[in-house]
Design a protein around this ligand. Structure first.
Ligand code: MG
Length: 365
């Protein structure tokens, strides 16, 4: 079918989703919410023209992106998008809400196939799994679940039909476009939607993305009265040399957390040149990194620390380290792993000149 256009509606305020920007511009998997569905339609070979309808007050979030200014209601916004196509009208148009980022090509195909088969109004919908209760004038009734469907977008229409319905509609209360067709007595054809094609309304609807950070640190062993490593002091005739307590294990973990949320490194947050960190307990660094991560909305899921040294023996202190790290990060013990290895006598760790530590941290953000 020739001349298929699509309209992506992103003009809402998205007030139910708190944050520093309107819902359509919230970052999800590294890009603004609206770009997810926009990208799927743009990549679809059958879609010849694509119109983004956005709120002109949100121009700062759109950068160079061209858009059609939205109206006060969703219905007005769609009408503006349809009007933008009027000069060179397409045969059919798909209308999609940007708040549904999980739309895929197969769903678009189903709508286009139904339009090509001659249906003038096509709605995607899924069956309702819950028993729905209807409450009217204090009386509860139960509609037949097998007759109920939850409507999604995209919805597809004969362009001339939907443009006329929008321009002639006196009411602005339609919550989707198919409703205008229903009111006009047009037979609406239902095609199978997709359970994954969820609408993002509240923060809980926005899935979190896993992110991984890694850290590495080395400190020199010198004569002393004990080695601080992994948050535990191991009594022995050495210590680690450094500005703070030189706990290479907690430093590697701190860098791994900062890495997972892309917040630079431990040296930037706690400069060795700053006298306030002289002899500091490194648990302060780790707790601060965890606080910064939490402020960015990240939840630490797991951390894994490997201590690389010939001396002192780590094994007897491993469980104490896990408990201390779990305490600092407020994690359950089974989310904290501590391992130890030697380098078979090779290199600086093999010669007992220092201790190296590597850490990996996984967060959900
Ligand atoms: Mg260090």
């Amino acid at each position: 079918m020739q001349k298929i256009a699509a309209i992506i509606v992103a003009a809402g305020e998205g007030m139910r989703l708190p944050g520093d920007r309107p819902k359509a511009y919230r970052l999800f998997c590294g890009k603004p919410l609206w770009q997810h569905s926009f990208g799927v339609f743009k990549a679809h070979a059958a879609i010849g023209r694509l119109v983004l309808v956005a709120n002109p007050a949100h121009r700062e979030w759109l950068g160079e992106q061209e858009f059609v200014p939205g109206g006060a209601t969703r219905q007005e916004s769609v009408a503006n998008g349809l009007a933008a196509l009027a000069e060179n009208p397409p045969e059919v148009v798909l209308i999609h809400d940007a708040a549904r980022p999980f739309v895929d090509a197969a769903l678009i195909d189903r709508v286009i196939e139904a339009l090509a088969a001659g249906h003038p109004a096509v709605v995607t919908a899924v069956t309702v799994k819950d028993t729905i209760k209807q409450v009217a004038e204090g009386r509860v009734t139960t509609p037949n679940r097998h007759e109920l469907y939850a409507a999604q977008t995209p919805q597809g229409f004969d362009y001339g039909l939907i443009a006329a319905l929008h321009s002639n509609s006196a009411s602005t209360e339609a919550t989707d476009d198919a409703q205008l067709a229903e009111w006009a007595g047009v037979a609406v054809h239902l095609v199978s939607g997709d359970e994954r094609n969820k609408k993002i309304t509240t923060p809980e609807d926005l899935p979190m993305t896993p992110r991984t950070g890694m850290g590495f640190d080395v400190h020199r062993l010198i004569p002393g009265d004990g080695v601080w490593i992994g948050g535990v002091k191991i009594p022995c005739e050495w210590k680690l040399e450094g500005h703070s307590d030189a706990d290479a294990g907690l430093h590697a973990l701190t860098d791994a957390i900062l890495g997972a949320v892309a917040l630079a490194d431990i040296g930037q947050h706690f400069p060795p040149s700053d006298p306030q960190w002289k002899g500091a307990d490194s648990s302060l660094f780790l707790a601060h990194a965890a606080k910064l991560a939490a402020e960015k909305g990240a939840q630490i899921q797991h951390c894994d620390l490997t201590i690389i040294c010939e001396k002192p023996k780590i094994g007897p202190y491993r469980e104490a380290m896990r408990a201390r790290i779990a305490e600092i990060l407020a994690l359950p013990m089974d989310a904290v792993s501590v391992k130890a290895t030697t380098t078979e006598g090779l290199g600086f760790t093999g010669r007992g000149e220092g201790i190296a530590a590597q850490a990996v941290v996984t967060v959900l953000q």
